[in-house]
Ligand binder design. Structure first.
Ligand code: LLP
Length: 420
């Protein structure tokens, strides 16, 4: 069941919080990402409430939605942040967050990334290899500091999700092999500039079953106990992100409170601070992509609804065969039903949002909402076909904040130079 409760129909018209989406389209144009501030806050608070009494920090995974106003909303609630590039750290700092609440993940950090993060005093690095460990040690020693490091462990667990977003099997590029990582801690204990005091793990995204998470948590906890016994002062356990959300009516997301209560049992008596890196489960349901029907047509047996948004604005359907519910903004009582492909204007057959989807008959000028688009939506967008990137709007009650203005043609060529 979809749980994006900040998007509700009132007298047949879809609203985001107290704002009518037809008015948003009239004022700000389409396509547009529309986010509910309250939706984001509610999801974040659900984590905080479930974690009460456990020593913890929620480090929101910036990659899911890195809009400054979204980051600011979370920073104001006291969130920490999980970053994977210096650019993400730059954003987080611009949004007013504290650097010492930031963890740095990622399999390929550059020396520049590391230097920038150290200069800004982030909390810790999730290190993924021996080579990276040496880089961290070298840079930290050069600037006479000592940084907190956790190894990201690859626990060899099948996350049972789309292969592109499954990360916890030995064959994946991520993390250090759980069977070999103890020697990395031994090495880290001897290196200058490094305090190995954490263990981290992230097995994949959009997990709809908790079992793989328990399997990973248990393997990693066993590792923590072994490390502590051999004298490595582990104080923090970072279990990554990954909780799935319902994208279709019949799907059930995983409950944050079930997840945390399972963790609570497993962590009892462990004397560890828990870090989590949720991305999707905080922002996905708080966003939609608002789009307008340009044309409808029939080719052979097939109906097509051509909308003004395209794969460059939301790539999830074509990249991961992801399902997003698509609903009319205004429900017409007299509308019949039609089965159609909902496609964009980009010159690729892969430019679709849905195939063979049944939806209420729609015609030119009608507005549609592509739901559950708050995570991995705008952040994965591009200028393909020289399409300006769309605006992002953050609704707060009855107010609409332009969190990112629509790009102009001039934005499209910014930084390009003609030959002399
Ligand atoms: N931590 C690490 C180290 C990660 O790699 C990720 C996501 C997260 C946390 C956050 O995971 P979440 O809670 O959002 O599942 N573009 C794909 C998803 C890619 C996820 C990459 N890593 C999609 O649209 O489904």
């Amino acid at each position: 069941m979809l749980t994006d409760s900040e998007f509700q129909y009132r007298a047949g018209t879809l609203f985001c919080e107290d704002v009518n989406l037809t008015e948003i389209a009239a004022i700000h144009g389409t396509p547009a990402y529309v986010y509910s501030k309250r939706g984001i806050e509610t999801k974040y608070r659900a984590y905080e409430e479930a974690l009460a009494g456990i020593s913890h920090r929620i480090c929101y995974a910036v990659k899911a939605n890195s809009n400054l106003a979204v980051l600011q909303t979370l920073a104001r609630l006291g969130a920490g942040f999980d970053i994977v590039s210096a650019g993400e750290l730059f954003r987080v700092l611009k949004a007013g967050a504290r650097a010492d609440a930031v963890v740095f993940s990622g399999v390929g950090k550059t020396a520049e990334d590391v230097r920038y993060a150290i200069e800004n005093g982030i909390h810790s690095f999730n290190c993924e290899s021996e080579a990276e460990l040496h880089l961290l040690s070298e840079i930290a020693s050069k600037v006479n500091t000592c940084i907190s490091v956790a190894f990201r462990v690859n626990p060899d667990v099948d996350a049972i999700t789309h292969p592109y977003i499954s990360t916890g099997l030995r064959e994946h590029k991520f993390g250090a092999d759980i069977g070999l990582v103890e020697s990395l801690y031994e090495c880290a204990m001897k290196l200058p500039g490094i305090r190995p005091e954490g263990v981290s793990c992230h097995i994949g995204s959009q997990l709809l079953d908790l079992k793989p998470l328990w399997e990973a948590a248990e393997k990693v906890l066993a590792l923590v106990r072994r490390l502590k016994r051999s004298g490595v002062p582990i104080r923090e356990l970072d279990l990554g992100g990954g909780l799935g959300v319902p994208y279709r009516g019949a799907e059930h997301g995983v409950s944050v409170s079930d997840f945390i209560s399972g963790l609570r049992e497993r962590l009892a008596g462990e004397d560890l601070r828990l870090l989590l890196e949720p991305g999707r489960s905080i922002v996905a349901e708080a966003g939609i992509l608002l789009t307008k029907v340009l044309f409808t047509k029939r080719n052979g047996q097939k109906n097509f609804v051509i909308v003004d948004a395209a794969m460059n604005d939301l790539i999830r359907p074509t990249l991961y065969q992801a399902h997003h519910e698509i609903v009319p903004v205004v429900k017409r009582l007299d509308a019949g039903h039609l089965t159609a492909d909902i496609v964009g204007p980009v010159c690729e057959t892969g430019d679709f949002f849905a195939r063979g989807r049944e939806l209420p008959e729609a015609g030119s000028g009608d507005l549609l909402a592509i739901r559950t688009a708050g995570a991995y939506g705008f952040v994965l967008s591009s200028n393909y076909n020289s399409r300006p990137r769309v605006c992002e709007l953050l609704v707060d009650g009855s107010r609409v904040h332009v969190a990112r203005r629509r790009e102009t043609f001039e934005d499209l060529i910014r930084g390009e130079d003609l030959l002399q």
